[in-house]
Design a protein around this ligand. Structure first.
Ligand SMILES: Nc1ncnc2c1ncn2[C@@H]1O[C@H](COP(=O)(O)OP(=O)(O)OP(=O)(O)O)[C@@H](O)[C@H]1O
Length: 256
């Protein structure tokens, strides 16, 4: 197994830029299910620019938080506001999410990308060149006409990410996108994320891989029991986290 090189260790390197939908603000977010309060009053503001990595122990509510922000599930209380307004169809088209297990259409690699563009209203004339460009960026040209289902796990995730990036989202949510991938596939995915961030896409990513968090994060949001225990610039977080749960977590102690 070869080690992964740090892509960028400096904080706040992504260029801040104008956004039509950011800041994304969560106000008093609560999510309850099965008689449990799983997200317990989260306030969070995400401005354009930085790359946010969400860390925390199993069951802390990381995936739920991403799903609430993305609009896949509705909060029990509180709200998610995009540049001052609730999510609507136009806002939903400007954001994307990539899951741990790629969700792909039973079509070819090209058709998966083409379809994502089509549903966002991109004309046929524009789609062809955009699909070709994205296939090249993701090094998937040789698989363009292959059914997506025959791809390896790493290739499928590269396709899922490429499809998301083809829609030029202003913000991209990633929920453990490399958790079942080998180091080479992980590196390819990280490079695509890094490039997207450099081009201005706001990155919000959950990972259990602390090395990956160090490589990609500008800042860390640490969740514990459905609450934000701390939000700290990445270089500081890994040197000296502020909260007790994060300190224990980084020390490898069991955090529940
Ligand atoms: N729809 C639901 N109904 C009931 N409980 C749920 C639901 N969704 C999630 N949970 C529970 O909420 C808690 C937080 O889940 P979540 O998937 O957000 O955790 P996580 O921090 O992403 O954990 P992991 O690191 O293990 O993926 C867990 O205890 C989970 O079982």
């Amino acid at each position: 197994m070869h080690s992964l090189q740090p892509l960028n260790t400096q904080p706040e390197t992504a260029p801040a830029r104008h956004s039509d939908i950011l800041p994304l603000v969560a106000e008093g977010l609560v999510f309850e299910a099965g008689g449990r309060r799983l997200i317990d009053g989260i306030d969070l503001e995400l401005q354009p620019g930085a790359r946010t990595i969400v860390l925390g122990p199993n069951g802390a509510g990381k995936s739920l938080l991403l799903r609430l922000l993305h609009g896949l599930i509705r909060p029990t209380a509180g709200r998610v506001v995009w540049k001052g307004r609730p999510a609507d169809a136009a806002i939903l088209r400007r954001q994307a999410m990539v899951f741990q297990k790629p969700v792909l259409l039973r079509r070819t690699v090209s058709a998966n990308i083409d379809y994502a563009l089509k549903v966002r209203g991109v004309s046929r004339a524009e789609r062809g060149p955009r699909v070709a460009e994205m296939l090249a960026i993701a090094d998937l040209q040789s698989l363009a006409d292959a059914p997506a289902r025959v791809l390896s796990g790493g290739e499928q995730q590269r396709l899922a990410l490429t499809r998301a990036l083809a829609t030029q989202p202003e913000i991209l949510f990633l929920d453990e996108p490399t958790s079942s991938l080998d180091p080479t596939s992980t590196q390819a995915i990280e490079q695509l994320i890094d490039d997207a961030a450099a081009a201005g896409t706001r990155i919000v990513m959950v990972t259990h891989d602390l090395g990956q968090a160090r490589r990609l994060a500008d800042e860390v949001v640490f969740l514990h029991r459905g609450r934000i225990a701390e939000r700290t610039a990445a270089f500081r977080f890994f040197q000296s986290p502020v909260s007790a749960p994060a300190t224990d977590f980084l020390a490898g102690h069991l955090v529940i």
